[in-house]
Design a protein around this ligand. Structure first.
Ligand SMILES: [Zn+2]
Length: 109
């Protein structure tokens, strides 16, 4: 059996993101918890997490936890700096998954 736990994999990074048009505030969080519902955006004061978003996000985070447990994803706190980061944002029934590859940011020259 192959252990895929030694990085090079993807790390799941939960984020809180402002949905107000024109406001691009995003913050990384260790986890998304119920007590974050209603957290105000530091830029515009809008809620960063509504109850609806939280309920919908829970399923996605549960899935991510399973992938982490299976060793298919690394914990962002301990992941290698080269690990791909996956962030998930849910709003109004739409789920956005953003994959960022840190290696892509380092010029090849
Ligand atoms: Zn905002």
């Amino acid at each position: 059996m192959t252990d895929t736990r030694d990085n090079g994999g993807a790390a799941f990074q939960p984020t809180l993101q402002c949905d107000t048009a024109g406001c691009d505030h995003v913050q990384n969080v260790a986890d998304i918890t119920e007590d974050m519902i209603g957290t105000p955006c530091p830029k515009c004061g809008a809620s960063l997490l509504t109850k609806e978003d939280f309920e919908a996000s829970r399923n996605i985070f549960a899935m991510a936890k399973i992938l982490e447990a299976m060793g298919m994803m690394a914990d962002p706190a301990t992941a290698d700096e080269n690990s791909v980061r996956m962030s998930v944002h849910h709003h109004n029934g739409d789920t956005t998954i953003k994959i960022s590859d840190p290696k892509a940011d380092r010029g090849s020259s």
